[in-house]
Design a protein around this ligand. Structure first.
Ligand code: COA
Length: 420
């Protein structure tokens, strides 16, 4: 039975990232760019760097395992994997997560793409499914690695993370409100042709397109009966670099004729940028990492309306709001989030450039990745054009029993090894 009266929203939210990081202090020490340009000009202090055996699947599986570990998988009927770092032209990355976690078979698994907007499309897709049948749950995974060419303007805005959230009826964290505002316009501000591993971006055009889409989506939201800016406690913006959120908030306030001083904007947005300024851009995950930061910030939000602005270059944007559930703080994962950020090992500039330059073979030849990640899942290698994943250390068990490990398939130790 369709049920519009049952509140639907985000019941659990978490994120994970890679095990390595490059600080902008280290980057500035070699590029000669003033550190203040990174710290203040773009608002970034560090960026997550994937180890050779980490990718969007291993990050997403790590985040998803936490959600499934807390709530079980019995009621999950759909798993949506949102990414613009797709590892296959045909097969959804979520299928590897499904296998690694040993999830039940009666789950539809699909991948969604529209640049950084994909996870918000997934959220709306999930919300509709749960309204139709409030007994079912939808697991949304947003996982991306932002890679630009070395020595390009985009380089300091690289990063990586995976967010996982469970969409349910009567959620513990946030109810998704209606209406939402959407805006679409075809524009070449950022794209990645299939033959490239790094994105192409016209940075200035992407800032303009983002602000143009914000005006369009927020205007649509207001015309459809959405709240005024004064009624929204805090807005989480998509953060390709955290200074972009400042530009966006300034833009909205100015258009509404509200005071838009830099100090006030910095104070309003600080709770939403604490993780992303250390992780870098995580494309689809970025907005949901910003939301996690806000919820974890200690700002009392019970019953408050928070705004979410999602922008995917190319471009599609959406502005929506959510109402924070009283008692939400009992369901947060603040400690795990701090650990994900602080446990990363720093890499030096030379090692970072080596990692950036290395890649998986594209001819299907047998290849073993160097064992590096301390995370629960790893990309062991490639054989016969297939990616081989395995559980890592103590987490091994149910996954190995379900899928067979890559070790069983004889990959590690064979092939060229190193890099990835
Ligand atoms: N101290 C403090 N700030 C400084 C500075 C210094 N020494 N030197 C420069 N800055 C400021 C600039 O004034 C500028 O601020 P502004 O944007 O408010 O004017 C900012 O730092 C960036 O400087 P800029 O010269 O424009 O940098 P850039 O040419 O290296 O490009 C980006 C910056 C963000 C455009 C670039 O990193 C990029 O393209 N990133 C990718 C964007 C993206 O991912 N878009 C797609 C998704 S929306």
């Amino acid at each position: 039975m369709p049920s519009d009266s049952v509140p639907v929203g985000i019941h659990d939210l978490t994120f994970r990232t890679t095990s390595l990081q490059l600080t902008h202090a280290e980057l500035a020490g070699h590029t000669g760019v003033p550190l203040a340009k990174y710290h203040r000009g773009i608002g970034q202090k560090a960026m997550s760097i994937p180890a050779p055996d980490e990718d969007v699947v291993t990050m997403a599986a790590d985040a998803a395992a936490a959600v499934v570990g807390r709530h079980g998988a019995d009621r999950i009927r759909t798993l949506v994997f949102a990414t613009e770092t797709s590892i296959d032209q045909a097969k959804a990355g979520g299928l590897y997560v499904h296998s690694l976690l040993g999830l039940p078979p009666h789950i539809r698994v699909v991948e969604l793409k529209q640049a950084c907007y994909g996870a918000t499309a997934a959220l709306q897709f999930a919300t509709a499914l749960v309204h139709r049948d409030p007994d079912q749950q939808v697991l949304v995974l947003a996982s991306d690695i932002a890679r630009y060419d070395l020595d390009s303007p985009g380089e300091p805005t690289q990063g990586a993370a995976a967010a996982a959230f469970l969409v349910t009826a009567r959620p513990a964290l946030l109810e998704i409100d209606t209406p939402s505002g959407v805006f679409t316009r075809e524009v070449m501000d950022f794209w990645r042709p299939n033959y490239r591993t790094t994105a192409l971006v016209d940075g200035r055009a992407s800032i303009d397109a983002y602000l143009h889409a914000l005006t369009g989506a927020f205007g649509d939201y207001r015309r459809r009966g959405g709240a005024t800016l004064r009624d929204i406690h805090t807005i989480c913006y998509h953060q390709p670099f955290t200074r972009m959120a400042h530009k966006a908030h300034h833009h909205l306030l100015q258009q509404a004729g509200l005071p838009a001083g830099p100090q006030d904007i910095a104070a309003a947005l600080a709770p939403t940028t604490t993780y992303n300024e250390l992780l870098g851009n995580s494309y689809t995950a970025s907005l949901y990492v910003a939301l996690a930061a806000l919820l974890d910030s200690g700002t009392p939000l019970d019953g408050e309306t928070v705004g979410l602005f999602s922008y995917g270059s190319g471009s599609v944007a959406e502005f929506l709001t959510a109402t924070v559930r009283p008692g939400y703080r009992d369901h947060l994962r603040t400690e795990a989030h701090h650990a994900a950020v602080t446990d990363r090992r720093p890499v030096g500039y030379a090692a970072y450039r080596d990692l950036h330059g290395s890649g998986l073979p594209t001819d299907g030849s047998r290849y073993a990745t160097a064992a590096s990640t301390p995370g629960p899942y790893r990309l062991a290698g490639i054989r016969d054009h297939r990616r081989l994943y395995e559980t890592n250390g103590p987490a091994a068990g149910p996954t190995a029993a379900t899928t067979g490990t890559a070790t069983d398939r004889g990959v590690p130790g064979e092939g060229e090894g190193g890099g990835g």
